[in-house]
Write a protein that binds this ligand. Structure first.
Ligand code: GLY
Length: 271
């Protein structure tokens, strides 16, 4: 079941994108943590920051549609990990953290009318946060959440659609998309301490400012970027390249080892 999100306007011009989101769980503070120490999370602030994130997506041309909430699943706001969506197919994942596997079902139901579905099946594991697609090139992090079997299944499922899948070793962070995300169709923003920039060739790469190691996660909405407001030095690098960057506060999500891409599944609307 999905529900209209904030800012959805009946009768307005059809949005170019659909963004599936999921409410912040009241139990967010019980989230999985892998590389971060647990620090207090202000859940009301997390609700407010998430709401503003959804409003920003709406303002950038997305119809925001909330998947049914999962209040007993602390990490369920991180909907990105439950599926990987392309224009022609969506891959329902099998998350690497057992605590997160029950999050998948409702997302699968929401995607059923929107895309042809394929699935990662046991014992393989794969988190959507480990998948960075740049056009038909798909880079997949080999992490605690995604194994070689998951990468192999993804490669097999995507091959008929013309996608190539490349495994990428990641260290120092949870997911590949903590270390590298696409900022346009031929450029990847990355932290070279966490992932080898050479693996993305022939794509261009841009490094985060060394003072901002967490700054490689950016969400593309068409030609614009949604970015956490905590990384002004790297933002300046992006803007110097002519990128249009919209910022949001994401402090509480960051404490839960999440970032802006984690909180939505963005689909190009199909007419
Ligand atoms: N807390 C984000 C995750 O571990 O999946």
């Amino acid at each position: 079941m999905t529900r209209p999100g904030p800012g959805t306007t009946a009768g307005a011009k059809a949005p170019a994108y659909l963004a599936l989101t999921r409410a912040v769980s009241p139990r967010l503070a019980e989230c999985e943590l892998t590389h971060l120490a647990r620090t207090p999370i202000d859940v009301p602030t997390a609700f407010a920051q998430h709401h503003r994130y959804e409003q920003l997506l709406t303002s950038l041309g997305c119809e925001v549609r909330r998947v049914a909430p999962a209040p007993d699943h602390p990490d369920s706001v991180f909907i990105e990990d439950t599926a990987v969506v392309f224009d022609d197919v969506a891959v329902v994942t099998r998350p690497g953290a057992p605590s997160r596997r029950a999050e998948v079902r409702a997302v699968e139901e929401a995607l059923t009318p929107l895309r042809a579905l394929v699935r990662i099946v046991a014992p393989a594991i794969l988190d959507g946060g480990d998948v960075c697609a740049v056009g038909k090139r798909v880079f997949v992090g080999r992490t605690t959440r995604t194994d070689d079997a998951g990468i192999a299944q993804l490669r097999t499922e995507l091959a008929p659609f013309g996608y190539s899948v490349r495994a990428v070793d990641v260290s120092g962070c949870l997911h590949l998309k903590s270390a590298a995300t696409a900022i346009d169709d031929h450029t990847v923003l990355l932290n070279p301490e966490w992932v080898d920039a050479g693996l993305f060739a022939p794509l261009e790469t841009v490094a985060v400012d060394p003072a901002e190691p967490m700054a490689a996660n950016v969400l593309r909405i068409g030609d614009t970027l949604v970015y956490a407001d905590a990384y002004p030095l790297t933002r300046a690098r992006l803007e110097a390249r002519g990128q249009v960057v919209h910022t949001v506060a994401a402090t509480e999500i960051a404490k839960a080892e999440g970032a802006v891409t984690c909180c939505s599944l963005v689909l190009r609307a199909q007419r």
